[in-house]
Design a protein. Structure first.
Length: 285
């Protein structure tokens, strides 16, 4: 009922009806109340604020929506970038000039500022170096959902001593640098894929490694704001019929996405942190 009420308000706003003033007042109140504790970007320089808001919009418009404003994914990718890198540190001196054009300090400042309650952004490096370049991934993490993942799959995570409360950045980095099958399983759990899909993907990879045969598959697609496919997607056996878990996940995601579409397209929110604070205030946070 509350969600329908919120959507109704925003639809009236878009239509230019009399609720415009009340909606704007509520937004301003939510923004002022949540400013200190939720994505307080005023501590950043103007240039850093621009980057911070770019990252927030990217996260919300893609699968980060299901981490920041829902509990479907404990971790979501936001943006990747690459810089010059080498396997042998003896050659690292030559990289300093190459990487001068990339401001690591700015990126870390901005990521450190992107925090709201249990939600925070992190940067982690990929293990592999390709053509003397290493990719880095900016991710958003919901630590309360991550704790649930660590509890649900405790038998897996105890291999590294990870328990609820363990540091998210450490967990993601360990997974990235783990053996192939542990890496696949770890990322699968972190990204919110159902256990049956994670099991299939790992086993299919094992079969391909042992036999050289690719295991055919279908894909379950869960839409995001930017596009319907290719965002929140996981592999399942060929001919797989959506089960109750698949359907429940998709239904929950679509419900959140439809609400976000109303907020996003209403031209009500100048900055992404305003939208987030208003959303959380409507949910009683």
């Amino acid at each position: 009922m509350q969600k329908l009420y919120v959507i109704g308000l925003l639809v009236l706003f878009v239509s230019g009806c009399s609720s415009t003033k009340s909606v704007q007042t509520e937004i301003q109140h939510a923004a002022s109340v949540g400013e200190v504790r939720c994505f307080n970007l005023l501590q950043l320089s103007d240039q850093d604020q621009i980057l911070a808001r770019e990252l927030l919009w990217e996260a919300l418009d893609e699968v980060g929506l299901y981490t920041i404003l829902d509990t479907l994914k404990s971790v979501s990718d936001v943006r990747s970038f690459r810089v010059a890198a080498v396997d042998d540190f003896i050659h690292a001196d030559s990289l300093s000039k190459v990487n001068e054009q990339f401001d690591f300090d700015q990126m870390q400042r901005v990521v450190n500022a992107l925090q709201c309650g249990n939600t925070r952004f992190i940067i982690t490096p990929f293990a592999a170096i390709h053509e003397e370049q290493r990719y880095f991934q900016i991710r958003v993490v919901n630590t309360s959902v991550l704790d649930e993942v660590l509890q649900t799959y405790a038998a897996f995570w105890q291999n590294w001593g990870f328990v609820p409360g363990s540091d998210a950045e450490t967990i993601v980095t360990v997974v990235e640098y783990e053996s192939r099958f542990n890496r696949f399983r770890g990322y699968g759990y972190l990204y919110g894929y159902p256990a049956h899909a994670v099991d299939f993907f790992v086993e299919a990879a094992r079969i391909q490694q042992d036999t050289g045969d690719f295991v055919t598959r279908d894909f379950v697609q869960i839409p995001a704001f930017v596009r319907e496919t290719g965002m929140f997607v996981y592999a399942v056996p060929k001919g797989h019929e959506l089960n109750a878990i698949d359907l429940q996940l998709r239904e929950a995601a679509v419900q959140t996405l439809e609400r976000y579409k109303v907020y996003r397209t209403s031209n009500t929110f100048t900055h992404p942190e305003e939208l987030i604070r208003y959303w959380l205030s409507e949910n009683g946070n």
